[in-house]
Design a protein around this ligand. Sequence first.
Ligand code: 3PY
Ligand code: MG
Length: 256
Amino acid sequence: MRENRVRSIWRGGGVVLNGWLHVPSSFSAEVMAHAGWDSLTIDLQHGPPDMGSVIPMLQAISTTDVVPFARANWNDPGTIMKLLDAGCYGVICPMIEGREDAEAFVGACRYPPDGYRSYGPFRANLYGGPDYAGGANDAVVTMAMIETKEALEDLDGILDVPGLDAVFVGPSDLGQALGHGPGMDREEPEMVEAIGRIVGSARKKGLAAGIFTGSTEYAGRMIDEGFNFVNVSSDARLMADGAAAAASVLRDRRPS
Ligand code: 3PY
Ligand code: MG
């Protein structure tokens, strides 16, 4: 079966650089796949991609050895199953609030006896190989988003769920939950403390820790804090920033 390179990077003590896909296009997914990320996450929660765009995007990512992840729209076993059947090697699940949520999420990603994932890997067999079903439980990465007060309160309960590989911090929802509002790259002392507690507890228990960031500068600092999965911005944001920067340089340079 095809190895999950995200796991290999973690095993070697490395940090995974993740890119985020909001644009529901196979071509932009292909462009991002050739940009140097280790993994790419197709966002079904807040991005336009739906199940219809996922397969062509995964095919585009498969032109490289970048590892395909998806963020599910919710802790919904049916959607998670379809994403895995399509060949996603990792699932990020939003709004995990406690141990029970985490158990349901991990169970949806694992074939029996470890979980209750239904059998039918229609494309995962092509991507992973004919022995996919036998190796999927060990290959697929499960990441629970920590972005609510409840999740912070039951952090140890979540981290102790067998089969959970990693946590992923959502700074906007966590900020809303703690009364600071949405936003990336948080500096409020309460947020810094919460983010530090999440990464510290996860790494101490041998789990990986990821975070969504808005800049390479902040992502670098998060690597220094112990995060070993950092996401920077998104395809749409990077395109908008690059385009706006180019247009603004030339706007100012035009003869008046
Ligand atoms: C959040 O910041 O809440 C996220 O879910 C990041 O996408
Ligand atoms: Mg969120």
